[in-house]
Every structure is written in structure tokens, then in C-alpha cells.
Design a protein around this ligand. Structure first.
Ligand code: GTP
Ligand code: MG
Length: 631
């Protein structure tokens, strides 16, 4: 269990941690000199858990000074239990309130209120402070008696046993973190250790890390290897979610790493600059929050600047909660369920916070409904969350890889979560791509509609090319193939080689078009190998150029005309005759030069070369030097 301290400056947080653990968490020289905590401090202890087991406690001691709230924020992210420290001789002060606001916004649900310096006040004052504090905590997660208030003196040791007892009781109620999810270690400290090299520490918020694991640093994407692990100060082969973890890393120096970066398994997660969140503005916030406001954003151990946009409201008032889109100044590795705090720019002050609902908003979708957002994250079970994430991708589908990155769950878990929906056909799987059955159904209606429109607009074209259709629908190849197959089975469309069309639909010609088609065919038939220029033929027709070209395309498609080079088009019968001529020539000689060919066919050089090249392609002849061998 990770225990965090919180409370106003000088109220005795560090002294309390020392009285409990024997460890001075103020490790910096400046801290010792000034007698205040500046940065996070760490300590650990063991307590008998009552059931014969040993309870291991990791402590994160935070600074109370208002200037160091950002350091405090880097420490409270991973805690299970808070000790809200209030000095009996001072009672509630500004950072008591601010820290307490932060704890609530971060969703901390377990805690003990500790009235420190009980030796410095008389019994009557202690009672008054206790009453004030009870009043302050009424209706919150620290309301007594659900959460006890314990008076202690770190000086005399009075009350410490009660506090230990209360901590053991609380430990039994702490929810274990998900150690089967993908591992995430937000870094809170980086340093070098003689003989070891680079070491990072943090509270493992999810998953499990083993020795020799390869990890990726977010957002820099540097890859590192875990050489050694310490958990709560002891060497270990693995670290599990919820533990204070120190990793000795190979592949990175201290300059490559800093607080706020996160370690996770390689090639699984993606850092983001866009978040859809549920956002609450504290009742103590001085102003309403307006769109485009820039704020300090803190989550886990990272901080950056965020710009706010709302999905459905114009602004939010102090005490209100809404859905918002946050645009981060620098990318961060965040997942649904992660909590965050926002602080106003000047004066710097905690004004609100909330929870990430979606860290992978779909590009282009600016406004998202509240229901959609909730379905993507907190509403329902894992199966439904996944189904919502598949459904919102529509016909593009969601790949398993994307599903992992969006949820932070292991691939295996995702696959087994989807099992029943796959079996019932509610979700379809093409390779690694998951598709909502509703999207499939939509596609099945869209394709025939699109074809009907196409036929109407292009009466002289028998159908639409497969690839053109796929691009129009923006479908992935596998999905497109499945849509076509299913429609063909239902006899709603026909697919001939490369062309897709509605059944019974083909070329519809008007009289003048049919007449033109006949004219073109006749012109080429009569010309034999001495074909006319195409544009001349087209110019003599009744139909306009665009339609004339479509008719030619049709003749080519029907293989009545054949195109052998960019400009040259022949009637098929002429080319069949040519083959006959060549076969006859073979009986005389198997070699033939260009001059012989011209003589044989009566065509000029302009036609001879493309025709010979055509014959080469058709394997009727083969080029040998300047001559041809007849095959
Ligand atoms: N008499 C008395 N003095 C205490 C007690 N606990 C702490 N102090 C004194 O209060 C002063 C501040 O204690 P710290 O533990 O440094 O306070 P803190 O809350 O950690 O302060 P920051 O980390 O700077 O916010 C020190 O001089 C302590 O000796 C106590 O129980 N009784
Ligand atoms: Mg301190």
C-alpha cells in the first residue's frame, strides 16, 4: 500500500513519516538547511497485518509550501491512502484546503486525518480543532467515523500506535490495482547510483514489470532494458501494480529521462495531445472557465499546458462539472480512468480536475456526446467498452493494436472479452481488424445505392471498377472484400472480373449512341491494319466527345477494338488476320526484319514498330537484335 502525506507547510508531515518509519524523507541538503520539504520524499515500513501477514507500506512525503504544489502533484498520483496532516496548534490552513481539493479531484478514496503536534496544545484546544476538522470533512471521503481522525505527537510518540492500527485497518479496504493491464510506470525520480548506473523510481500504476523486460520511454520512444528492480527498497525479480518501484535501466542516461515521462512495454501504447475528459471546476475557483482558456495540466507525474474546449456548454461555473476536450502542449501517455488536475496561470492556483474518458479522440470529430464518452470509458463492463470503441470507428473498424493502445489492456484480454460478441456476430473480425456489425449493415445498403447512382450517371459504362469503389467507400481491403462477397451472395450486386454493378444493369444506349458505336466499329473494321486516327473517327459522329470516348472505352472493354499503343487502336479482326499472315510467313522463314514485315502487311514504319512490339508482347514474335524470330 502506498501512503501519501498531505497538508499545510510545517504541519509535521515529514516528522510524522520519520516517527513512523525512522526514515528522514527530506533528502536534499537545501531541505535540511531550510527545515522545509521542497521535493517528494520516500520512506517505507512493515507492519504486522493482524492475519499473520506482513503489510508493506511505501510512503510518499509531499511538500506543503504553496510554491511546491506542483511537486506535491507529482507524488499523489499513485497513492492508495492519504494521511491528511493538520497541526493541532494551527488547524486548517490554505494548503490544507488545496491539498484536500486535489485529493478529491484525484479520486483518492481512503484516508486518515492526523492531528499532529498534539503535545503542543491543551486538551480543550485539541477538542476544538477536532470539531473544526470534522466540520470541514463532513460529506467527503474523509468524513469520520468512516475515516478516523487520530491525534499524534511525533515528538513524544503519543497516538502513533493508534495511527498504525488505523493504517492496517484501511489497508484491508484498499482496492488492488490492475496488475494484468499493460505496465505503466510514471517516473518521479531519476538518478545515478554508483556501480549501477541509471535508476528511475515511481509508483507502478498498472501491470507488472520483470527483470530483463524491454520498455519504451514516453513520449520520447527511447527503448530501455530493465537490469534490476527494487520494490520498497528490496531487490526483486518483478514489480507489481501499486508498488513503489525502482528500476535500474540499460540504454538510457540520466539526461534521457526526467520526471513526467512514463515507462511502458514497447510498441503498445501511444502518447497523445488530445483528451476527452470529464472536468470539474472547484467551487472555490475564482472565475467561470471559458473555452480556449490555457491552464497548467498535471497527471500522474507529468505536467504540461492544456487548452480547454467544451463539447456542449459555453462555459462552466465554479462547482460545475462537464465534458471537455483538452489540447496538450506536449504529448503525454494517458489512458481512460487517469485523473488530472488543472491550475490557473496567475496567480497559480488549483481550480479543478477530473478524469480522462478517451485519450484517442477521432480526428475531425470535434463534438462528442456525453453518452458516447461515457460508453468509451467508465459506463458498462470491459466488453461493452470495447464494443463502443469498435462501433465509433464505423466502417473503418478498430485494429487489435489500436484497441490495446486505446485501453491499455493486454491483447489477450481484449480477444477474450470480445469472444461472445464475435460468436453472436455483433462484432466481426477480419484478420486483426474489428468491425461493428451495424457498420457492415450500413455498407451493405450503401454499396447498392452508390451503384444505382453510378449507373444513372454513367449509362455508357457497364459498372464501377472495384478499386474505385473501395476508395469511394474508404474501406480496408479485407472489409471491402467481405462486403462484396456478402452482397453477391444476396444477389444484390454482380462482380465480373474488375467491375461491380447492379444485377441486370449494363450499358444503356440511346439510338444515336448505338449508331455511333456501329460507325466506329465499321470504320476500324474497314481500315484493317491501316487504321484511321481515332480523333478523326470521333469527329464525324453525332454524339459529343465525352460520350464518344465512353463508346470507345466500351468497344475496348468488349474487346471489339484493341489498343496496342497510346495512339493506335485496331479492330480485333485486323489483328487476327495479322496473326494468320505471320503464321503463313513462318513456313517460309522463322526470322523476319522490319522491312519484310512492312512488305508483308503493307503498313508504314509508323505502324510497323508498334505492331511488332504488340506481337512481341503477345509472344507471337520475339525480338532478336533488329529482327524478329517468329515463335
Ligand atoms: N512539538 C511538536 N513539533 C513537531 C511535531 N511534528 C513536527 N514538529 C515540528 O514542526 C516543524 C515542521 O515539521 P515538518 O515535519 O518539517 O513539517 P512538514 O509538514 O513536513 O513541512 P513541509 O514539508 O515543509 O510542508 C519541525 O520543526 C518539527 O520539529 C510534533 O508532533 N510536535
Ligand atoms: Mg515536510
Amino acid at each position: 500500500m502506498i501512503v501519501g502525506t498531505a497538508g499545510h507547510i510545517d504541519h509535521g508531515k515529514t516528522a510524522l513519516v520519520k516517527a513512523l518509519t525512522g526514515i528522514d524523507a527530506d533528502r536534499l541538503e537545501e531541505e535540511k538547511r531550510r527545515g522545509i520539504t521542497i521535493d517528494l520524499g520516500f520512506a517505507h515500513m512493515e507492519l504486522p497485518a493482524g492475519n499473520g501477514e506482513t503489510l508493506r507500506l511505501g510512503f510518499v512525503d509531499v511538500p506543503g509550501h504553496e510554491r511546491f504544489v506542483r511537486n506535491m502533484l507529482a507524488g499523489v498520483g499513485g497513492i492508495d491512502l492519504v494521511l491528511l496532516v493538520i497541526a493541532a496548534d494551527e488547524s486548517i490552513k490554505p494548503q490544507t484546503r488545496e491539498h484536500f481539493d486535489i485529493l478529491q479531484l484525484l479520486g483518492v478514496t481512503r484516508g486518515i486525518t492526523v492531528l499532529t503536534k498534539s503535545d503542543a496544545v491543551d486538551a480543550e484546544t485539541l477538542d476544538v480543532v477536532r470539531m473544526e476538522v470534522e466540520e470541514f470533512l463532513r460529506g467527503t471521503f474523509l468524513e469520520s467515523p468512516r475515516s478516523p481522525i487520530v491525534a499524534v505527537s511525533s515528538l513524544t510518540g503519543a497516538g502513533l500506535d493508534d495511527l498504525k492500527h488505523a493504517m492496517v485497518e484501511s489497508a484491508a479496504q484498499v482496492q488492488p490495482r490492475d496488475s494484468r493491464a499493460l505496465a505503466r510506470l510514471p517516473i518521479d525520480r531519476v538518478f545515478t547510483m554508483k556501480g549501477f548506473g541509471t535508476v528511475v523510481t515511481g509508483t507502478l500504476v498498472a501491470g507488472t514489470i520483470h527483470r530483463e523486460d524491454e520498455l519504451e520511454v514516453f513520449p520520447t520512444r527511447l527503448r530501455v532494458r530493465v537490469r534490476g528492480i527494487q520494490v520498497h527498497g528490496q531487490a526483486s525479480d518483478s514489480a507489481m501494480a501499486g508498488q513503489r518501484t525502482a528500476l535500474n535501466l540499460a540504454g538510457a542516461s540520466t539526461e534521457d529521462l526526467s520526471r513526467g515521462m512514463t515507462l511502458a512495454p514497447v510498441a503498445t501504447l501511444v502518447a497523445t495531445r488530445r483528451l476527452d475528459v470529464s472536468l470539474r471546476l472547484l467551487s472555490s475557483a475564482p472565475h467561470p472557465l471559458k473555452p480556449r482558456t490555457r491552464v497548467h495540466f498535471h497527471s500522474n507525474t507529468m505536467e504540461t499546458v492544456a487548452e480547454i474546449a467544451f463539447h456542449s456548454v459555453k462555459q462552466i461555473l465554479p462547482g460545475e462539472e462537464t465534458f471537455a476536450r483538452l489540447k496538450l502542449a506536449s504529448p503525454a501517455l494517458l489512458l481512460p480512468g487517469d485523473r488530472f488536475i488543472i491550475r490557473q496561470f496567475s496567480p497559480v492556483l488549483t481550480v479543478g480536475g477530473g478524469v480522462v474518458l478517451d485519450a484517442a479522440p477521432i480526428a475531425g470529430f470535434k463534438k462528442v456526446s456525453a453518452d458516447t464518452l461515457l460508453n468509451l470509458s467508465v459506463a458498462g463492463n470491459a466488453e461493452d467498452i470495447l464494443a463502443s470503441r469498435v462501433a465509433r470507428r464505423g466502417s473503418r473498424g478498430l485494429s487489435l493494436e489500436q484497441a490495446v493502445a486505446e485501453t491499455g489492456w493486454q491483447r489477450q484480454r481484449i480477444v477474450s472479452c470480445l469472444d461472445s460478441k464475435l460468436k453472436r456476430g455483433l462484432i466481426l473480425k477480419f484478420g486483426d481488424l474489428l468491425l461493428d456489425s451495424g457498420a457492415m449493415l450500413e455498407m451493405s445498403t450503401a454499396v447498392p445505392q452508390l451503384l444505382a447512382e453510378f449507373h444513372k450517371k454513367n449509362p455508357l459504362t457497364p459498372g464501377i471498377g472495384k478499386e474505385a469503389l473501395r476508395e469511394r467507400l474508404k474501406l480496408q481491403t479485407d472489409v471491402f472484400g467481405a462486403v462484396l462477397d456478402s452482397l453477391v451472395r444476396q444477389k444484390k450486386i454482380q462482380v465480373d472480373a474488375d467491375l461491380v454493378r447492379l444485377p441486370g444493369h449494363g450499358v444503356v444506349m440511346k439510338d444515336e449512341e448505338a449508331e455511333s458505336k456501329k460507325k466506329i466499329e465499321e470504320a476500324f473494321f474497314a481500315a484493317g491494319l491501316k487504321v484511321p486516327a481515332l480523333h478523326e473517327v470521333l469527329a464525324g459522329l453525332k454524339v459529343d466527345k465525352a460520350r464518344a470516348e465512353k463508346i470507345v472505352t466500351l468497344l475496348l472493354r468488349e474487346r471489339i477494338l484493341l489498343k496496342i499503343s497510346h495512339e493506335l487502336v485496331f479492330h480485333r479482326s485486323a489483328l487476327d488476320e495479322l496473326r494468320g499472315l505471320i503464321a503463313g510467313q513462318k513456313a517460309k522463314a522463322t526470322r523476319m526484319d522490319v522491312a519484310t514485315f512492312k512488305e508483308l502487311t503493307g503498313v508504314s514504319r509508323k505502324y510497323a514498330i508498334p505492331l511488332l512490339e504488340y506481337l512481341d508482347r503477345e509472344h507471337v514474335t520475339k525480338r532478336v537484335g533488329d529482327a524478329r524470330q517468329i515463335l
